[in-house]
Design a binder for this molecule. Sequence first.
Ligand code: DQA
Length: 151
Amino acid sequence: MSAPRVVVLHGVNLDQLGVRDPAVYGSQTLSDLEAAISGFARDLGIRSVVFEQTNFEGEYVELLHKTRDTADALILNPGAWTHYSWAIRDALEIAGHPAVEVHLSDVQAREEWRRHSVISELCIGTISGKGADGYREALELLLHHEAPAAG
Ligand code: DQA
């Protein structure tokens, strides 16, 4: 995909980065993280990257709906919603964009309930446990992704 418009959707509690368990999530704030992602996007020649964060599930669903007009590709870290929100899963399907799921922490190495994701099956890739670098990998995956031929 050449020069996609990417929307990065941060979910519940991601606004607490920097305060929240630094041993698991690191000491970067959400603004630090977004600045790092913008830098990766610039290096990779991505046309635009827009960030959203909300602690309200319905708002996250509506943000996903809006991406139908504003984005070509998505990066999602829905936080704890990842593990149970069928509403977000359905909204991602409606959005219809190639998407990569990212988690800062290694969800497979933590509690049992974090090991299941309701969105993975709709994503072209899932990256976890790599901190901010996971978002660089996600951007690279989207850049190299070719849309399936129509028909
Ligand atoms: C997270 C992992 C989730 O299990 C957790 O609920 C989060 C953050 C991560 O980025 O590692 O809020 O998505």
